[in-house]
Design a protein around this ligand. Structure first.
Ligand SMILES: N[C@@H](CCC(=O)N[C@@H](CS)C(=O)NCC(=O)O)C(=O)O
Length: 257
């Protein structure tokens, strides 16, 4: 487990390898003074996790300071296991000592707990329900279609790509006529699906298939470019080369297993 606090006062980042420098910079932007262990906000994440980053995006949109703790998922910290004994996964949000798991639950909680800040959920109940509907569709259908592409090759893989594209095509209808799924502003559904914008091109490069193309999914492809420049997103994205290397290694490992 790597934990970052404000005691890193100087710019040590130039002497560190890219990954550590990145994590340190990320924490310098949002940490709190020592001696307030149970107060404040902590996020337990893992730098390459597209789910954990959702909690950070929500907090940054709200302008909430938080401490980021990077977990080694092969050797989880005692704190993570204590805070999330049910699934033992990241992200976990700890707010004034109270832990919450499940990224979509965390994002909704952040919106309600800091209700006067940036609005993440739509104000209108019907639009809010629709955002939740599409978020569940993306999580349960699109992600389920996308994940196996990573561990297959050849014809089986081409079939999976078509299925994933069909699913994303359906999701794309929720983007018609809009800048973001949330309308003019980056909102809940953008937070839930925003990982596609950065992770899918990497998965495409690693697997050698094209999933989100201008031809197949023009609205989602154009939305990718808008997502990665949202301040909260830009500030937290892991270095591309590092994410690419990790995913290459994972795929090789999966294919040789
Ligand atoms: N549905 C969960 C998924 C979280 C999840 O799968 N986290 C992964 C990292 S992306 C994890 O902690 N894996 C470690 C494990 O499964 O033991 C959420 O959205 O929070």
């Amino acid at each position: 487990m790597e934990t970052m606090t404000r005691k890193h006062q100087f710019d040590l980042t130039s002497q560190l390898p890219t990954s550590q420098a990145f994590l340190l910079r990320r924490s310098q932007a949002s940490s709190r003074p020592p001696g307030m262990a149970d107060k404040g906000v902590k996020v337990f994440g893992m730098w390459a996790s597209p789910m954990a980053i959702r909690a950070e995006w929500a907090l940054r949109l709200k302008g909430v300071d938080y401490e980021y703790i990077d977990e080694d998922l092969a050797n989880k910290s005692e704190a993570l296991l204590r805070y999330n004994p049910v699934t033992e996964k990241v992200p976990v949000l700890v707010h004034d000592g109270k832990p919450l798991a499940e990224s979509t639950v965390i994002v909704e909680y952040i919106d309600e707990a800091w209700k006067d800040g940036y609005p993440i959920m739509p104000a209108d109940p019907f639009e809010r329900a629709q955002a939740r509907f599409w978020a569940r569709f993306a999580e349960e259908k699109c992600n389920a279609a996308l994940y196996p592409i990573f561990m297959t090759t050849g014809e089986a893989q081409s079939k999976l790509v078509q299925e994933a594209q069909q699913c994303l095509k359906t999701l794309e209808t929720a983007l018609e006529g809009k800048t973001f799924f949330g309308g003019d502003a980056f909102g809940y559904l953008d937070i839930v699906t925003g990982w596609y914008a950065y992770w899918l091109p990497i998965i495409e490069e690693v697997t050698g298939v094209a999933i989100v193309t201008d031809e197949a999914l023009p609205l989602i492809k154009a939305w990718f470019d808008r997502v990665v420049v949202v301040d909260a997103v830009k500030a937290t994205l892991p270095p591309r080369d590092k994410l690419l290397a990790l995913n290459k290694a994972r795929r090789e490992q999966l294919l040789s297993a």
